[in-house]
Write a protein that binds this ligand. Structure first.
Ligand code: SF4
Length: 138
């Protein structure tokens, strides 16, 4: 017998519009985990060899590769509060703020809103669960 699917808590959608404030790329310590695809896209964008890209912009953390974070917690690609490789940014960045952890509960979403001013912004469109899913897959 198949289990009945529970309705999503955000069935009516979630409001989000990026204001470009840069908050998700700075202010707090964190990791931006890179896949091989992320590395290849950014490396090609910057016209660097894989090894030069890894040396200049990334760090090893417990066997995984993350972008370097500056001492003030800014992402190494944050320039004048903007992502300097926006079109070639990693998947983890593209998926924000719709990370599974952020949409796991209303409380988690409100917590994410404390650092992302685009969440529940007054001018933000209401994104449907399908749009949120497509965003996560982008
Ligand atoms: S914190 Fe939110 S509103 Fe600010 S740049 Fe990041 S995604 Fe956009």
């Amino acid at each position: 017998m198949s289990e009945k699917q529970l309705p999503l808590w955000y069935e009516k959608g979630l409001s989000f519009k990026c204001t470009g404030c840069g908050g998700c790329c700075s202010k707090e310590p964190g990791y931006v985990w890179l896949s091989e695809t992320d590395i290849e896209i950014a490396r090609a964008h910057l016209k660097l060899s894989r090894s030069d890209y890894l040396k200049k912009y990334t760090r090893q953390v417990n066997g995984r590769i993350s972008l370097i974070e500056l001492p003030n917690y800014d992402c190494i690609f944050l320039k004048e509060n903007r992502c300097s490789i926006y079109g070639a940014r990693p998947k983890q960045c593209r998926q924000f703020p719709f990370w599974k952890s952020n949409i796991s509960s209303p409380e988690a979403w409100e917590e994410a809103a404390l650092t992302c001013e685009g969440i529940n912004h007054k001018d933000a469109p209401l994104l449907s669960p399908k749009e949120i899913h497509d965003w996560q897959e982008s």
